[in-house]
Ligand binder design. Structure first.
Ligand code: ADP
Ligand code: ZN
Length: 252
């Protein structure tokens, strides 16, 4: 699939790029001598995966590649890919592997060739196998698994609001934008996601258990898994994740 077919032109790079999180301090550029991090973040809907992935991308100076953001951006752009993906996203189903693997391949050959934070991919064993093939002979450095209770993810998802322009995440209870309905980062409209209905959330959590959770054992067997407690203050979670990455990788 080419960039023109997918609609993944420069506009999408912004959606996939490292949108600054509110209050985050830009990280220094990585030294050219250091090898860039190749990381996957796993975690259920509402685990804070997107928020943490954006911060890690800043911290380690590598692009944030979110398949969910890429699909939402494709839907907004009205591309053929967007039209195909929309049907699945609205009901909380996975977008078919051939479409999903294609866009990741495109990003890993381009912006992600010197390291990346993958958020929302892989989501099943077939995608994980495809990722391993794309990277060979290199491999991932570490897979971070963000753990949160079901009770907590349901609470977070009910209050989740997202900037329709830059993707910044808010929560009406814990972390509302300073001006209601306006993004602190870019001033865009902050709204509930179309797939954050009760029914679509239930469906996504079920698919996570059946299709994505098996990846935890898969990566554990490969010796790549680092499990992190994702409850509590987002800054503390970031600290735990960075400590886990540094422990797993030594100094890259
Ligand atoms: P969430 O983690 O809350 O489900 P995402 O933003 O990661 O949200 O994904 C939104 C939707 O995009 C998913 O429900 C699915 O339809 C689609 N999607 C994202 N990543 C993938 C993937 N790796 N494989 C298949 N579908 C995906
Ligand atoms: Zn915004």
């Amino acid at each position: 699939m080419t960039a023109s077919e997918t609609g993944l032109s420069s506009g999408v790079t912004t959606a996939l790029g490292t949108a600054p999180s509110p209050g985050a301090v830009p990280a220094p550029a990585p030294s050219p001598a250091s090898r860039a991090l190749r990381l996957v973040v796993l975690g259920r809907q509402g685990s804070g995966k997107g928020t943490q992935a954006v911060r890690l991308a800043e911290c380690y100076g590598v692009p944030h590649i979110s398949t969910g953001d890429a699909f939402r951006s494709a839907v907004r752009s009205g591309s053929e890919l967007g039209a195909k993906a929309k049907v699945f996203m609205e009901t909380g189903e996975l977008v078919p592997d051939d479409l999903t693997v294609g866009i990741v391949e495109e990003y890993l050959a381009g912006a992600g060739q010197h390291g990346f934070i993958l958020d929302g991919f892989p989501r099943n064993v077939r995608q994980a196998e495809a990722l391993a093939r794309m990277l060979a002979p290199a491999r991932l450095d570490v897979v971070v698994n963000l753990e949160v209770s079901t009770e907590e993810v349901l609470r977070r998802l009910a209050g989740r609001r997202v900037c329709t322009n830059c993707g910044a995440n808010y929560n009406v209870v814990d972390n509302p934008p300073s001006v209601p309905g306006r993004c602190d980062v870019c001033g865009g409209a902050v709204a509930q996601r179309a797939d954050d209905t009760e029914e679509a959330i239930r469906q996504r959590l079920e698919i996570y258990e059946s299709a994505t959770a098996p990846l935890v054992d898969w990566y554990k067997e490969e010796g790549l898994l680092a499990t992190v407690d994702a409850t509590g203050d987002p800054d503390l979670v970031t600290e735990r994740v960075v400590a886990a990455i540094d422990a797993a990788t030594g100094s890259l």
